[in-house]
Design a protein around this ligand. Structure first.
Ligand code: NAD
Ligand code: UD1
Length: 336
């Protein structure tokens, strides 16, 4: 298939482009590089020995995006492009609503106009807010607690309305849990712009000496060791989930929503221990107070994705940490 990948230069997008090329698909990336660089795109081509095309384009700019549709015949779109920092979304909500929602509206409008009605959309487990129980199933109530999460839910609902109005659309909404790790080559990985907010990139930077110590946000949660529990999923498993979702759109059209997680939870202290083992480096940490907005436990029930997409996450936390460490130690300053 010929796939347009929006946000394809970013963390999850770049790994997915690699999996798509390896699966034999043709890839065209549209990215404004607001949170990424061009380097991963050339490295993907080196790793796979295949070419991809890319356009430096902001999705909110309809005329520019229209020219991309004019020049290609896409079979499907994978839509990653968006802003994703929860804390920032609380500080500058309009920037998040504008970028994520207007960008999506422009994209969907052009897809309709050019007859490209197959889409895989990047949503997030954040749409569930604080779940009443775990594991989380797709049918659970949704109640995001921050502007970023609300943009994800609104875009999901826009897609549902689009499908209701025109059932020719084929839509896979993927709700990711906590993507971590990197391609095993160590050539592409997560490259946060500032001091990382998320656990895994922060631990990686402590291991490589860029941060002195990790703050563990709370050890008084009702979990086995008191620290927060999450469903960490290897980014290559996540990438492969998109290839399965595309196959599903072709084989069984319609609209469906899937959790992409492992179904297993790991605590902050377990992740620290796994990273120390993988890297051979000590990870000094201090217990700090809880981070506002954090929940105690969050992990997926991934049974629907297994049943309908034929996909399960194969890689465990040791592999996630080994691959994250290979990327971080080979590229201590990221892509720069
Ligand atoms: P990322 O920031 O690394 O990648 C997003 C890419 O989109 C970047 O390359 C950025 O430059 C681009 N982009 C942003 N706005 C754009 C616009 N208006 N036009 C063109 N390009 C634009 O993020 P990621 O971690 O790879 O996440 C990809 C998607 O998955 C996002 O939609 C994110 O919300 C979602 N998601 C991420 C996580 C996570 O923890 N990383 C979890 C759940 C869902
Ligand atoms: C964050 C986002 C969420 C997004 C998810 C996916 C927030 C509030 N939420 O959630 O919207 O869907 O990433 O990637 O940002 N931790 C520490 N010290 C740190 C960083 C994190 O102890 O320096 C702990 C957290 O308290 C949590 C766990 O590590 O228990 C994971 O944190 P993080 O990686 O930020 O992910 P989420 O909180 O799940």
């Amino acid at each position: 298939m010929n796939i347009l990948v929006t946000g394809g230069a970013g963390y999850i997008g770049s790994h997915t482009c690699l999996s798509l090329l390896e699966a034999g698909h043709d890839v065209c990336v549209a990215d404004n590089f607001s949170n990424s660089k061009e380097a991963p795109l050339s490295r993907i081509q080196e790793i796979t020995g295949r070419r991809l095309q890319f356009y430096r384009i902001d999705l909110t700019q309809k005329a520019s995006l229209s020219r991309v549709f004019e020049s290609h015949r896409f079979d499907a779109v994978i839509h990653f492009a968006g802003l994703k920092a929860v804390g920032e979304s609380v500080r500058v909500p309009l920037a998040y609503y504008y970028n994520n929602i207007v960008g999506s509206l422009v994209l969907f409008e052009l897809m309709g106009a050019y007859g490209v009605k197959n889409i895989v959309f990047s949503s997030s487990a954040t749409v569930y807010g604080e779940p009443e129980k775990v594991p989380i199933q797709e049918s659970f109530p949704v109640c995001p607690t921050n502007p970023y999460g609300r943009t994800k839910l609104y875009i999901e609902n826009i897609l549902r309305d689009l499908y209701a109005a025109d059932p020719q659309w084929n839509i896979a909404i993927l709700r990711y849990f906590n993507p971590v790790g990197a391609h095993p080559s160590g050539r592409i990985g997560e490259d946060p712009n500032d001091i990382p907010n998320n656990l895994m990139p922060f631990i990686s930077q402590v291991a490589v000496g860029k941060q002195p110590a990790l703050f563990v946000y709370g050890n008084d949660y009702p979990t086995h060791d008191g620290t927060g529990v999450r469903d960490y999923i290897h980014v290559m498993d996540l990438a492969e989930g998109h290839v399965h979702a595309l196959n599903r759109l072709r084989a069984d059209p319609g609209l469906a929503t899937y959790n992409l997680g492992t179904g297993r939870g790991a605590s902050v202290l377990e992740m620290i221990a796994a990273f120390e083992k993988a890297s051979g480096k000590p990870i000094p940490y201090k217990i700090a107070s809880r981070r506002e907005g954090d929940i105690a436990v969050c992990y997926a029930d991934p049974a629907l994705a297994e049943k309908e997409l034929g996909w399960t996450a194969k890689r465990g936390i040791n592999e996630m940490c080994e691959d994250a460490w290979r990327w971080q130690s080979k590229n201590p300053d990221g892509y720069t």
